[in-house]
Design a protein. Structure first.
Length: 429
């Protein structure tokens, strides 16, 4: 299944603004070229870190078999060509779906993609980036704007948290992971890989900002701040020294997406997710590790327990979100300009989240919500099974996974997923 299925569900206004998006991406890449930040740091010519993989010795980093050997010698920090779990689905469409469309159905927005006001959203984001002086004025001036979005603990909105942990660190790391992915696919074009990674990250993020126009507290300051944090993250993670800080002997950092499902009954999207997972040693005398996950639908804190050299179980106290039943519209929240972090937190379910990963690739998750209502969400990410077949057809190297959802107040759903696509059709009841 391919992503055009989604586009067929959307309104004709979906295509409005693509010219503006393309122009913004081209201008951004041109600006990076002009400042010299998009050079390859002469890495493949002189930087020995690209050919010295000895610095990546953590037990959770993939031990590549002969079949998984990278096409060229390079120091990959976030992508290793794993063909199992969440990594088997990684690529352009995975990012566009799970990052670009992570909001619909959450935080008071409609899950049906046809209800997204694409044209209004494009205009909102474009005016934010092209009228920055006006944006700061309408947000209370420069100091008030900095307090709201940039300075930690300076404003009750808590907007700095997603700015630093999602847009700067998360999507900054994601841009580097995409670069490594594109280089893995085509090792002869390092500059092309970098450009495609930046373009993919920006395309997903601009789509996300357009969709976030539906949020009841959305202001023009938000996409402007997000853009600055995104660009800072892209630039920071383009340097090996910075990337090494997040994948080494003591700390690992992973991108864990959802398994997005489209319900053809009403064109609703659910089970999508954009989450970033930290894992760090607590000390020299224990294998137990500190685990932190940030993103949507899950944010939380807990502990990680290695099962062996490859597999780890993490148990966190965290969050989840409900899934509406077919054809049901979400009650819209009152639109306002001032809000607090606690008001946003109240829109999430409290839950216990359990994750199983293999060398950083998410293999499965169980989320049990207990407040304000009970909900069980299970995801098994694709694995290959020797001799497996579907309706008599051998699957070969195709990975197969699945999901299950049941809720006290929301929808239930059950379905299968595959390694070759980040999105599937599924039915809610």
């Amino acid at each position: 299944m391919s992503f055009p299925l989604i586009i067929s569900i959307l309104t004709p206004n979906f295509t409005h603004g693509f010219t503006a998006l393309f122009r913004l991406i081209v201008l951004t890449i041109s600006a990076l070229f002009s400042t010299g930040l998009l050079t390859f740091h002469e890495a493949f010519a002189e930087d020995t870190s690209y050919t010295d993989n000895k610095s990546l010795t953590h037990q959770n980093l993939p031990k590549l078999s002969q079949a998984e050997t990278l096409p060229i010698e390079q120091a990959n920090y976030f992508y290793f060509g794993q063909q199992y779990g969440s990594e088997a689905q990684f690529g352009f469409w995975n990012v566009m779906v799970n990052v670009g469309l992570v909001v619909p159905g959450r935080l008071g927005t409609q899950p049906q993609l046809r209800y997204i006001h694409w044209q209004e959203g494009w205009k909102h984001v474009e005016s934010s980036l092209t009228s920055q002086t006006d944006v700061f004025k309408e947000s209370g001036g420069t100091q008030e704007s900095l307090d709201k979005e940039f300075i930690p603990f300076a404003h009750p909105s808590g907007a700095w948290l997603p700015n630093y942990f999602l847009h700067f660190l998360g999507e900054g790391m994601l841009s580097r992971k995409l670069e490594e992915y594109y280089l893995y696919e085509n090792p002869d074009s390092p500059m092309q890989a970098k450009i495609k990674a930046i373009a993919t990250t920006l395309a997903a993020q601009f789509t996300n900002e357009v969709v976030e126009h539906e949020l009841p507290w959305e202001q023009r300051l938000d996409p402007l701040a997000d853009f600055y944090f995104n660009m800072a993250g892209i630039i920071a993670f383009s340097f090996d020294g910075f990337a090494k800080l997040f994948n080494n002997d003591y700390l690992n950092y992973y991108y864990w997406p959802g398994q997005a499902i489209i319900d053809p009954q009403d064109g609703a999207i659910f089970n999508q997710g954009e989450q970033y997972y930290f894992r760090s040693h607590l000390g020299f005398f224990s294998d137990t590790q500190l685990a932190i996950i940030t993103g949507m639908p899950a944010s939380g804190l807990g502990l990680a327990y290695p099962l062996n050299a490859d597999d780890t179980i993490s148990v966190l106290w965290g969050t989840d979100v409900g899934v509406t039943k077919p054809h049901k519209k979400v009650e819209k929240l009152e639109r306002k300009t001032n809000f607090t972090a606690s008001e946003i937190a109240d829109l999430y379910n409290r839950s216990v989240n359990i994750y199983w990963d293999r060398k950083g690739s998410l293999m499965g998750s169980v989320t049990l919500s207990y407040e304000p209502f009970a909900q069980l969400s299970l995801n098994l990410y694709p694995q290959t099974y020797t001799g497996a077949s579907l309706f008599g057809l051998p699957l070969g190297e195709v990975g197969i996974g699945g999901y299950f959802l049941t809720s006290e107040e929301g929808a239930s759903s059950l379905g299968i997923t595959f390694s070759f696509t980040p999105i599937m059709l599924g039915y809610r009841w």
